[in-house]
Each structure stands twice: as structure tokens, then as C-alpha cells.
Write a protein that binds this ligand. Structure first.
Ligand code: ATP
Ligand code: MG
Length: 564
């Protein structure tokens, strides 16, 4: 191993960890690490959220701290209880637990309201009667200062009275807002008297109609961190420009040394998909996918249904790391991570996707032999199982060719192959459909001396095929998934709607597939390697009378080759 390889294999600690370690060394915030994961309950979690979750919970675990779950439920218009339940389920599935610390930004509506009143009294906030679009044009541009609102000098008493009346429901939505009074000439646009409260009349899922005014994200987030004693508020890079405002609010609020520190890292983006909750919701609502758990979208429930393990997702997140640079991560790295994990965990089984009947003419009719095959060559503790063998078996249509090219080491007239775990067979003939010309049956003979594990099993043939005994085979439906989009960055194309890049062949449903009888009792979300084909997972649509499998991933990355 050269030095470069050594460097690469060393687990590097992220810049975030360096900051945390520094803070601890300097004894900041009494040497504690308290983090939080703050989802807005307006959609299901996706793998990007998993990146944040692994960091928030991971740093707390590593430094003997705690991580709170806090729902950022400041917008009653878009939020739903369904999302709260799914978010909790997905975090648990990843293997993290917030114990009793399940909080809601709405828990703090009272305190936030008091704080707003306090800012008004201190002349640091005012009610603005202008509509939002006018306020926004007065904000100026990054190179030009903004213009003061005509209400900026409004006496505190007047603002106080108006704000209270806003909350009593005396004014309509959009008619007035509360703004912080900071600096209309600040080079940071977020500091130019940001809106901190707006009127919303839709009832809130937790507080009902108690409030008519709702805090903006920026006004709720940092303060919630402060109320909870958060020490490190880890978020994505787009919040970097909000940090001065985050600090400004906390400076107005804090009474001692304690204060949370916001640190930003790069978002997770994946090729051939998109992470925006809004757009994922559109796909769901427009029926472009079957639901939030469609195995083609990067939601955690979608990935789970597809057959991904929490370990593979965490491994992938470890591999990509945390940086300060936005990038798109290659989805094939995620696929690599699941292959690596399932290679160790998934039992091997026989499944034939496109069956072709093979009759072994010299094998006795009615005879059935149990062939002993190992469940996982990577893990001896997974043991062995018996697979029935008989005169009629199914092989893959693609494993037979009437006129094979040079290096075809599968079945063809006159050629020999091994049926995995059973015998060597030789093709003696075949039958075609008179009308379509399709091959309907292949006739073979077998050599009884070549039984796997037996004395004659040393005989060499070039190819080994998977197979399923016809009489005992169980029927299954198999869903083959491909990329949902055929563009690497479907939602990043200027002037082009992401829908234009939907891959019409992202789902292919195969019926009449044949799997070995041991799979008859497989349960939803059980995972297997179908020999030579890939990893598959039992879909929750399965029942005792109908088996349905999802292909998680193929054994090798064929996409890269095809699209070169
Ligand atoms: P929205 O577009 O609705 O704001 P969001 O994806 O930012 O969506 P939140 O519920 O606000 O959703 O996210 C919760 C946390 O997850 C935030 O701290 C956010 O920074 C983090 N997060 C969201 N998306 C990603 C991503 N792609 N990569 C890493 N972290 C993410
Ligand atoms: Mg957000």
C-alpha cells in the first residue's frame, strides 16, 4: 500500500466535527453538544434529509450529547399530521432516537410572540401596512441599498396596538406584517428589515385558531434552538446567508453566555433524480409515481420499499462526506453501497424472470431430487437449503440461443452447461412456435455423474445457469426499476420543466416469473439475491397468493456502459 492509499482509507473528520471539537476544548456552552433535526412536516423525508439526520444524531452520539427532533411547523397551510407520523417512522428506521425530546416550533408560539412584542417595545420591530410585493421591491439589490418603508418610524405604541389586533383577526391575510428594524443598507439582503410575522387564518394542526399571526422561518428557527439549549445548529449551505440574522435575533434574546452556533454544510443531491419536496409532491399528486413510497423516488420510504437498508444509506452518506461545496453525487455510488451491504446479508435464491421450459429427456418422469445449495457464499452461518430438481425446469430465455455468437457460454444446440447446484445438461434439440417462431421448449439430456458435490462434479463446462423446477415453482410478479429521469439533473435545467425528462421506461412489470418454492413464505421487505440477476425485495403489495418482488439493483452497473 502506498502512502496515498493510506491517506484515503483513514476516516477523515469533517470540518463540522473540527468546529465542535474546538468548542468543546474551549469549554463553550458548558462543554455540551445538543443538536436538533428540524423537519418541516410538509412532505416525506428523502435521502437528503438522511444526510442531515446522520450528522445531527451522529455528532450528538459521538460527543455524549443529545439530538432533539423538532418539527418546524410554522406554516399551517402546507403541513399535515400524516407527514409527522412518516417522519418519525423514517428516523427510527434509520436507527436514531430522540427519546422524549419531540418538540414543535409551535410549542414556542407564545414565547416567540412575547419576544416580538419585546422587540417592538425596544424599537427593534414595526408593523408595516404595505403589501409583500412592494416591501420586496423596496429591498433594493445586493449592490444597491433598500429604501425605508414609510412605516419604519411608526411609534412603538402604534405598532404594538396593530400587532395585537393582527393577532386578534382584525385584519385580512397579507394586509400587514411585522418587520424587524435592522439595516436597510446592509450588504446582506436578509438584514434589510426582514418580515418576521405574517397573518394566516388557516387553523394550525396543533394550536388550532389560537394564533392569527405566524412567525417566519427565520424568526422561529434560531429562537427555537435557543429555547431548547441547542449548541450546534447544523443546516445546509443555503442558510449561510441567513446566519447574521440568526445571530442577530439570538443576540437580542440572550441573557448570558450561552448561544447556539449555526454551521452549514452542502446538501445531498443525486444524479437522475431530484430532492425538492415540492416537486416530489407534484409527482405524487399528478400520479407520475405511485405514491410517496414509489421505489423510484429518493424518499426514505421509497428506498425502503425498493430494498435499501439503513446501513447502506448511512454508508453512502459516509462515503460522500460533508463539505462546503455544492455538488451532485452519482447515484451509482448509492447503488454500490447497497450492493456491498446486500452481498453480505442477502440469501441467494433462484428466480427466473423470463422463463423458458427445458425438458430433460433422460431424467425419470415423476422423480424429484432435493439439491442442497448454500444460502450465501459470503456467510457460512446462513446455512444451506434444499431446492427441488426434476425433469422439467425453467431457465432464462436469454440463456438459450439457437445460433449463438462465438463467446456464448450458455445453452445452445449441442452445448453443455451446468445447472447451478444440480447437473450438467446438454442441449439436444428445441421446439419453436409454428407461427411466431419463438422458442417454446428446449430438450436436453443430463449426465447423472455430474451432480454438484458428487464424484463426477469436477467436469468442466463454461457456463452455469440458474433454474427453477417447473412443478414446484412459485409464480411471481417482478417489478424492474430504472432511473425515473433520463437526465442527470432533471430539475436543474433552465427553462425546461423536469417532467420533460421523465424516463418512459422507468418501470417494467414482468408477470409469470418463476421463483423457487422456498420463497413462497417470503414476507414484505425480505431481501434476496436472485442468482446472476440482482438484488430483489418483497413488495408490500405481496400476499400469500401473489408474490411481488421489486428489483433493488442489478448485480453490476449496466447503466454506465449503455450510456457511454
Ligand atoms: P423545503 O424545500 O421544504 O424547505 P427542505 O428539504 O429544506 O425542504 P426541511 O424539512 O426544512 O426540508 O429539512 C429539514 C432539515 O434537513 C434541514 O435542516 C435541511 O437543511 C436538511 N436537508 C434538507 N434537504 C437536504 C439535502 N438534500 N441534503 C442535506 N440536508 C438536507
Ligand atoms: Mg427547509
Amino acid at each position: 500500500m502506498n502512502t496515498w492509499e493510506k491517506e484515503e482509507s483513514k476516516p477523515s473528520i469533517s470540518f463540522i466535527e473540527q468546529f465542535i471539537a474546538e468548542d468543546l476544548k474551549e469549554g463553550r456552552n458548558s462543554g455540551k453538544v445538543i443538536t436538533r433535526f428540524p423537519p418541516e412536516p410538509n412532505g416525506y423525508l428523502h435521502i437528503g434529509h438522511a444526510k442531515a439526520i446522520c450528522l445531527d444524531f451522529g455528532m450528538a452520539q459521538k460527543y455524549g450529547g443529545k439530538c432533539n427532533l423538532r418539527f418546524d411547523d410554522t406554516n399551517p397551510v402546507k403541513e399535515e399530521v400524516e407527514y409527522i407520523d412518516s417522519i418519525k417512522e423514517d428516523i427510527h428506521w434509520l436507527g436514531f432516537d430522540w427519546e422524549e425530546r419531540e418538540f414543535y416550533a409551535s410549542d414556542y408560539f407564545g414565547k416567540l410572540y412575547e419576544f416580538a412584542i419585546d422587540l417592538i417595545k425596544r424599537n427593534l420591530a414595526y408593523v408595516d401596512d404595505q403589501p409583500a410585493d412592494l416591501i420586496s421591491t423596496q429591498k433594493g439589490t445586493p449592490s444597491q441599498p433598500g429604501t425605508d418603508s414609510p412605516y419604519r418610524k411608526r411609534p412603538a405604541d402604534e405598532s404594538l396596538d396593530l400587532f395585537e389586533r393582527m393577532n386578534r383577526g382584525e385584519f385580512g391575510e397579507g394586509s400587514r406584517v411585522l418587520r424587524a428594524k435592522i439595516d436597510m443598507a446592509s450588504p446582506n439582503m436578509h438584514m434589510r428589515d426582514p418580515i418576521i410575522y405574517r397573518i394566516i387564518t388557516t387553523p394550525h394542526h396543533r394550536t388550532g385558531s389560537t394564533w392569527m399571526v405566524y412567525p417566519m422561518y427565520d424568526f422561529a428557527h434560531g429562537q427555537s434552538d435557543y429555547f431548547e439549549g441547542i449548541t450546534h445548529s447544523l443546516c445546509t449551505l443555503e442558510f449561510e446567508v441567513h446566519r447574521p440574522l440568526y445571530d442577530w435575533f439570538i443576540d437580542q434574546l440572550k441573557t448570558g453566555d450561552y448561544g447556539p452556533r449555526q454551521i452549514e454544510f452542502n446538501r445531498l443531491n443525486l444524479t437522475y433524480t431530484m430532492m425538492s419536496k415540492r416537486k416530489l409532491l407534484e409527482l405524487v399528486q399528478e400520479g407520475k409515481v405511485s405514491g410517496w413510497d414509489d421505489p423510484r423516488i429518493p424518499t426514505l420510504c421509497g428506498l425502503r420499499r425498493r430494498g435499501y437498508t439503513p446501513e447502506s444509506i448511512k454508508r453512502f452518506i459516509d462515503l460522500i462526506g460533508y463539505t462546503k461545496v455544492e455538488a451532485i453525487n452519482d447515484v451509482s455510488l448509492l447503488e454500490h453501497a447497497i450492493r456491498e451491504d446486500l452481498n453480505l446479508k442477502a440469501p441467494r435464491v433462484f428466480g427466473v424472470l423470463n422463463p423458458l421450459k427445458v425438458t430433460i429427456t433422460n431424467y425419470p418422469e415423476g422423480k424429484v431430487e432435493d439439491m442442497e445449495v448454500i444460502n450465501n457464499p459470503e456467510d457460512g452461518t446462513m446455512g444451506k437449503r434444499a431446492v427441488p430438481f426434476s425433469r422439467e425446469v425453467f431457465i432464462e430465455q436469454l440463456d438459450f440461443m439457437e445460433n449463438p455468437p462465438g463467446k456464448f457460454f450458455r445453452l445452445a444446440p449441442g452445448m453443455e452447461v451446468r445447472l447451478k447446484g444440480a447437473y450438467i445438461i446438454k442441449c439436444e434439440g428445441f421446439r419453436k412456435n409454428d407461427i411466431t417462431g419463438a422458442i417454446e421448449e428446449v430438450y436436453c439430456t443430463y449426465d447423472p455423474e455430474t451432480r454438484s458435490g458428487g464424484e463426477g462434479s469436477g467436469k468442466k463446462v463454461r457456463g452455469t445457469l440458474h433454474w427453477v423446477s417447473a412443478a414446484q415453482a412459485v409464480d411471481a410478479e417482478v417489478r424492474l426499476y430504472d432511473r425515473l429521469f433520463d437526465h442527470e439533473d432533471p430539475s436543474g435545467q433552465k427553462d425546461e420543466d423536469y417532467r420533460k425528462f421523465l424516463n418512459p421506461d422507468s418501470l417494467k412489470i414482468l408477470k409469470g416469473c418463476k421463483v423457487e418454492p422456498s420463497l413462497a413464505n417470503a414476507r414484505p421487505l425480505d431481501r434476496f439475491q436472485f442468482l446472476r440477476l440482482g438484488y430483489f425485495c418483497v413488495d408490500p403489495d405481496s400476499s400469500s397468493t401473489k408474490l411481488v418482488f421489486n428489483r433493488t439493483v442489478q448485480l453490476k452497473d449496466t447503466w454506465a456502459k449503455v450510456n457511454k
